[in-house]
Design a protein around this ligand. Structure first.
Ligand SMILES: C[S@@+](CC[C@H](N)C(=O)[O-])C[C@H]1O[C@@H](n2cnc3c(N)ncnc32)[C@H](O)[C@@H]1O
Length: 219
């Protein structure tokens, strides 16, 4: 345990505070951030181009039933809805859900990524963007995604790339969970996914700001 956070990664990084990798703190953070989230803040770090890159990588098609985990104010959800109408959302912060429900007409439940309130084999795809960095145990959440996916289903997760060095790395490690390609593959494999693929995306000022990881549940 580091700073009250269960680590799922090899302990080779020294001390990492990961202040926001805590469910109560993440909710309090988003209760405030919710007011600003859909303004310049999101445009700066999480653009439409990045979202569409992820949605394309998931290879969705009409009729698919899709879950958006950590759906926040519904930005990724809107991208998914362009591919299929059968979409469900889940988020741990009520203020974010209230904002999302003003934009999208889909069922959104309040819940935890690490304990998805759905029966096994319910969805054809499970997507998530910008939420994994707050989950205390990403592998637990990925296992949950695996459980609720139909055989042959796809999981796709976008999260922040761990800066390579210097002060940015120090800041990142003290804020939340930033990870690299190797860790992304490791987490997906540990959760049982096959054919794991990893790609970078980002805004014009940093093209590798985010890592998008995709994996399949065996058919
Ligand atoms: C960056 S925001 C949402 C991003 C959103 N997917 C989008 O495309 O704009 C991250 C969201 O993750 C949610 N979150 C954090 N921890 C969570 C958890 N354990 N389970 C579910 N949602 C969580 C937060 O409440 C917040 O709404």
């Amino acid at each position: 345990m580091l700073g009250g956070v269960k680590s799922v990664m090899p302990a080779d990084r020294g001390l990492r505070l990961e202040f926001l990798r805590d469910k109560r703190r993440a909710q309090r953070f988003y209760k405030q951030l919710s007011k600003l989230y859909d303004t310049w803040l999101r445009d700066l770090f999480w653009t439409e181009e990045m979202r569409d890159f992820g949605v394309e990588m998931a290879e969705l098609s009409p009729g698919m039933r899709v879950l958006d985990v950590g759906c926040g104010t519904g930005f990724l959800t809107q991208g998914i809805l362009r591919q299929t109408e059968d979409v469900y959302g889940l988020d741990i912060t009520i203020h974010q859900i209230e904002k999302a429900l003003k934009k999208v007409r889909i069922p959104i439940v309040r819940g935890d990524a690490e304990q998805l309130p759905f029966k096994g084999e319910t969805f054809d795809a499970v997507l998530s963007s910008g939420s994994i960095e707050y989950w205390p145990s990403p592998v637990t959440a990925l296992r949950e995604m695996w459980r609720v996916l139909n055989p042959g289903g796809t999981a796709l997760v976008g999260g922040p790339t761990r800066p390579k060095d210097g002060v940015y790395r120090l800041l990142a490690d003290n804020m939340m969970f930033f990870y690299d390609q190797g860790e992304a593959r490791e987490m997906f494999s540990e959760a049982g996914f096959l054919d794991v693929e990893v790609a970078y995306t980002g805004p014009v000022w940093k093209r590798d700001l985010a890592i998008v990881t995709r994996g399949s549940k065996p058919g």
